[in-house]
Structure formats: structure tokens, C-alpha cells
Design a protein around this ligand. Structure first.
Ligand SMILES: NC(=O)C1=CN([C@@H]2O[C@H](COP(=O)(O)OP(=O)(O)OC[C@H]3O[C@@H](n4cnc5c(N)ncnc54)[C@H](O)[C@@H]3O)[C@@H](O)[C@H]2O)[C@@H](O)CC1
Ligand SMILES: [K+]
Length: 515
């Protein structure tokens, strides 16, 4: 799913008005009516007090349209105008008048703290105060209103975006933003729903289709894309009946040191379960028994050294090499990595200590084959690209790093984001159960296994992250967040593949909370 920028949404809005020969008031009517339908379907006429807080721009206008429909339908509605400015938009004013024409209960003005109404926990709040037009911090009394809304603990439905949240910056503090129980967003979800510091302001979200111009929707390229099932399906490469293991490549997983052999086992299993034809693990001698007995499907080559890797030598041609899992940062291992990079020509996936070695020896980055996949967690990323003061800066720095070194950067997190060639792929699957030992090793294995069977590195990264998260989403149904372990992610990988063709995208995939 495309994540349109604020500028693109305004443009789409304008094009829709021109091409469909409708007025902006008509488009607002569609938006407000969609919100009304959503609420009406769920509330079925219930007389719970609904407090609609409207700003004075077009987001407030949407709120006014909603208020009119709810009042006409007999709901128990109280409408407020949060009067933070006198510059009311045309369509706001039109819809304000329309409300006044159908009820004697005219919207009440809120100018300051004294005007805040009492809201009980079992009431409903609609937040139509600011939309994507917000371009500076909110006034102090408006911030106090947001706190007041939050304190009520009432279900809060935000229209388009939680008020106070800007589309391209991080709020000064948490009180500057409405905490939405649910956001109904027009045209596309907003990027900020997926970033760690801002995703928390909406527990859930959904996109409402307001019939924007289809040519605009199809032809507009976006920098950010959300990867759910519909985006994953076209990446999948089907297998034909006469295929054999020689076609799916040979993954070489280089890693491990004394006490960290499980990680290599997990990555090797991940690679094979993702569909690699053959997997060989290259490990220090001490891991030989461990790997052979815990994962008989893998072949094993050992280093001359017992406890860590000192010299990588093998006598076959792998399709892809993964390096770094549990490998440690011993100087001999660092040297072995350098020698490997100097001679290697095949695609690579680098994780864990492999990334730390790259951070400590940045000139190694020049030796990486183009499109090498790097899979850092936040700390490893920081070591690679330096610190950042907010999520937008992090994404910018990650993009620069990826461009400079021509690498596919997989930024692991609640919504893992893959960066390559100025594009960002935000993963929609996965859950908090993945915050468990070894889950990153499995991901590295999966991506390696996908490259091995012919996926290009970017597709392997994006699809691998999707499958990894999806597998965890299916497994969590049986194990719960607490008991899910990395091995389960491997075991449910088959189910994740099969799910691609089973049922339509589930709501949990589309409406991922970022908690
Ligand atoms: N583009 C679309 O697809 C559609 C957008 N609609 C709604 O229109 C919204 C955008 O409306 P607007 O552009 O009018 O903007 P908003 O309603 O988001 O903001 C209101 C106005 O406040 C001003 N403002 C910004 N920051 C402020 C601050 N801190 N203190 C005081 N004033 C401030 C801005 O100049 C802006 O015009 C969307 O979020 C959506 O809800 C819908 O009506 C239908 C279609
Ligand atoms: K809003």
C-alpha cells in the first residue's frame, strides 16, 4: 500500500475535484459520510453521548459533516468548535451553517480551559481538531484540551490523523497529541503511524476510501510503501513440478563462536525452511556436534580453530553467503572476514557481529558486493550510521548510508523498514512475540534462503521480513506473545507461505498497532 505524503494527498484531492467535476464541499461530504457510516454501523443508534471536537480547517469541516449526519440519525451528539484561530476554511463554514440549519443545539465554542466539557469514560470522543494541515505546535490551551480528552479515558476516534501529530516531524512532547483509540485515515495511512515515537498515538487505524481519482492513485509513486499480503504475493516465485534442489541454490552460513552455536543453527534452519536447496554452515570446530545433531539437514564445514573463526575456506560455489551471526569480534575473525570480502563475488547478508565489525572497520564497507543485505537492530544501526535525534533523521541517515554503500538496509523494529535506492518498505506483519532471543538469526536465515533460490536481494529482504512476521503472527495464536520462541517462527514458515494464497488480508495486518 502506498503511503502518500501530505503534499501528494493535497494534490490528489485537487485532481479529484477537477477530474470528477465535483466541489471541495462534495469531497468533504464524502469523507464525513464515510466516517458516519463507520460509526453508525458499530453504534446502531446507541444513545451514548458523542462529543465531536472540530477545528476550524477542513478536518473540522469533516467533523461538522459527521455531526450533521449523526444528529439527523437521532444520535446523542454534542459538537464543539475548538477556536484556535479565526481563519476558518470555506468548507468548514459551509458545514458549520448546515449543522446550525438542522438543530437548535448549535456547536459550542471552546476558547480556553474554562470551556472544557465534562466527558465520562463511557462516552465517545471524535477528534476533528487538526488534520494534516497542522504545521506548527499547538497553543498551550489546546494542549490542555488534549490532556483533558486523554484523562477522560473515553474511546477516542480521530479523523484522518490524531490531532497534534504532524506528518513530517516528531511532537515536542506526548501531551501535544491526542491519544487516539482508532484513527480513520483518508486515502492512505500516514507514515507517522509506523514510526516508533509517533505510532503510539493511534492504537489502531483504518483507511477510508473517499474515491480519489483512480489515475492519481495508480500513477503516483510514493517514497514509502506498506508491505502487507497484497504487496508480498507478487514477489513470490512459484515452483514448477519438475524443479529439483539444485535450482534453489546453496546457502553458506558463516558464524558462531563458543557458546553461540544455537544462533547458527537457527539461521541455517531458517534458510532451508525458506526454501534454499542446500545449506552449509561454516563454524568453529566446537560447534560440529551441536550443529550436525540438532540440524541434520545442514552440511557443516569447520574452521581450524576450536572456539572462533580464523580462516574461511570452502571448496564449493555458494549462491549466497550470510556472515556474522554469533561470530564475535576476535581480531582473527575480523581478518578472516576481510579476506573473505576481498575474494567473494556472490551476494551477501550481514548480521550481528558482522555488522559490528563493519562499524569498527568502515573501510570494509567498500568491499561489500552491491546490494548486500544488512540487518541491524537499533543499536547496530546506530553504530553503523551514527546517532539520530528523531525518527525522520534516522530514516534520512539510513537512506544516505544505503545509497553511499549501495546496500539494502533492513532496519529492524516493531515495523521493520527496508531501505534501498531512496525507497522505504514498511513491513506490516509481526508482533511483540518476536522480541525474543534468536528471532533475528531466523530472519537472516530466511533472507539468505530466499536469495539462494533466486530472489534478488531487495525482494528477499522485503519478502523475508514479511514472511518472518507473518509466521510469528500465525504462531502467536498457539503460543501467545510470551512463549513464542525463534524456533516457532521457523516451524510456522510453511503456514506463512500458504497463507499468501489462503484468505484476503486480515484486518490485523492492515491495522497494525505500533505498540
Ligand atoms: N485531502 C483530502 O483527501 C481530504 C481532506 N480532508 C480533510 O482536510 C484535512 C486538512 O485540512 P486543512 O488543510 O484545512 O488543515 P487542518 O484542518 O488539518 O488544519 C487547520 C488549519 O489550521 C492551521 N494551523 C496549522 N497549524 C496550526 C496551529 N498549530 N495552530 C493554529 N492553526 C494552525 C492551518 O493553516 C490549517 O489550515 C485533512 O486532514 C482531512 O481531514 C477532507 O475534507 C476530505 C478530503
Ligand atoms: K484529527
Amino acid at each position: 500500500m502506498k503511503l502518500f505524503s501530505k503534499e501528494q494527498i493535497y494534490e490528489g484531492d485537487q485532481l479529484t475535484i477537477e477530474r470528477q467535476k465535483i466541489s471541495s464541499t462534495d469531497l468533504m461530504e464524502r469523507a464525513g459520510t464515510q466516517i458516519f457510516n463507520w460509526i453508525n454501523l458499530r453504534m446502531q443508534g446507541a444513545q451514548v453521548p458523542i462529543h465531536i471536537f472540530c477545528g476550524i480547517g477542513n478536518n473540522g469541516g469533516d467533523g461538522m459533516v459527521l455531526a450533521r449526519h449523526l444528529i439527523l440519525e437521532g444520535y446523542n451528539v454534542k459538537t464543539y468548535i475548538v477556536n484556535y484561530s479565526d481563519k476558518r476554511s470555506k468548507d468548514f463554514l459551509i458545514n458549520y451553517d448546515r449543522v446550525k440549519n438542522i438543530t437548535k443545539k448549535w456547536p459550542e465554542f471552546v476558547h480556553n480551559q474554562d470551556d472544557f466539557p465534562e466527558i465520562k469514560q463511557d462516552h465517545v470522543i471524535v477528534d476533528a481538531i487538526f488534520g494534516i494541515g497542522l504545521n506548527r505546535p499547538v497553543a498551550d490551551w489546546v494542549k490542555k484540551l488534549f490532556i483533558h480528552l486523554r484523562k477522560s479515558k473515553a474511546f477516542t476516534l480521530s479523523i484522518d490523523i490524531p490531532s497534534g501529530l504532524q506528518t513530517d516531524s516528531i511532537p515536542l512532547d506526548d501531551d501535544c497529541v491526542v491519544l487516539a483509540s482508532y484513527t480513520l485515515s483518508f486515502a492512505s495511512p500516514k507514515l507517522v503511524f509506523f514510526l516508533p515515537k509517533t505510532g503510539k498515538f493511534t492504537i489502531n487505524w483504518e483507511v477510508l476510501d473517499i474515491g480519489l481519482d483512480s489515475e492519481f492513485l495508480t500513477n503516483t509513486n510514493t517514497t514509502f510503501n506498506l508491505i502487507g499480503k497484497y504487496e508480498a504475493i507478487p514477489i513470490y516465485i512459484p515452483r514448477d513440478k519438475f524443479s529439483h534442489k539444485g535450482q534453489f541454490g546453496h546457502s553458506l552460513i558463516i558464524g558462531g563462536s563458543y557458546g553461540k552455536m544455537g544462533a547458527v543453527t537457527l539461521a541455517s534452519r531458517g534458510a532451508l525452511s525458506a526454501g534454499a536447496g542446500l545449506v552449509t554452515a561454516f563454524i568453529p570446530k566446537c560447534g560440529y556436534q551441536v550443529l550436525q545433531s540438532s540440524f541434520p539437514e545442514a552440511m557443516v564445514i569447520t574452521d581450524a580453530n576450536d572456539d572462533y573463526i580464523t580462516n574461511v575456506e570452502f571448496n564449493f560455489s555458494p549462491s549466497v553467503i550470510a556472515f556474522g551471526i554469533g561470530v564475535g569480534v576476535n581480531m582473527k575473525t575480523v581478518e578472516a572476514f576481510k579476506v573473505l570480502l576481498e575474494t567473494n563475488k556472490v551476494p551477501m547478508v550481514i548480521d550481528a557481529d558482522g555488522l559490528n565489525i563493519l562499524s569498527n572497520h568502515p573501510h570494509f564497507l567498500e568491499l561489500l558486493p552491491e546490494e548486500t543485505v544488512l540487518t541491524p537492530h537499533p543499536k547496530e544501526l546506530e553504530r553503523l550510521i551514527g546517532t539520530w535525534s528523531h525518527d525522520f533523521e534516522k530514516l534520512e541517515k539510513a537512506k544516505e548510508f544505503s545509497n553511499k554503500h549501495k546496500v539494502v538496509l533492513v532496519i529492524k523494529g516493531a515495523n521493520t523498514i527496508t531501505v534501498f535506492e531512496n525507497k522505504f518498505y514498511i513491513n506490516a506483519t509481526g508482533n511483540p512475540g518476536l522480541s525474543t532471543a534468536g528471532s533475528g538469526d531466523v530472519l537472516t536465515g530466511i533472507i539468505t534462503g530466499l536469495i539462494s533460490q533466486g530472489y534478488n536481494p531487495l525482494s528477499a529482504a522485503v519478502f523475508g521480513v514479511y514472511l518472518h512476521g507473518k509466521s510469528a503472527d500465525i504462531a502467536v495464536e498457539d503460543y501467545g506473545y510470551q512463549s513464542l520462541i525463534a524456533s516457532h517462527v521457523i516451524e510456522y514458515l510453511g503456514a506463512a507461505y500458504m497463507d499468501l494464497f489462503k484468505q484476503p488480508e486480515t484486518s490485523s495486518e492492515k491495522h497494525k498497532d505500533d505498540a
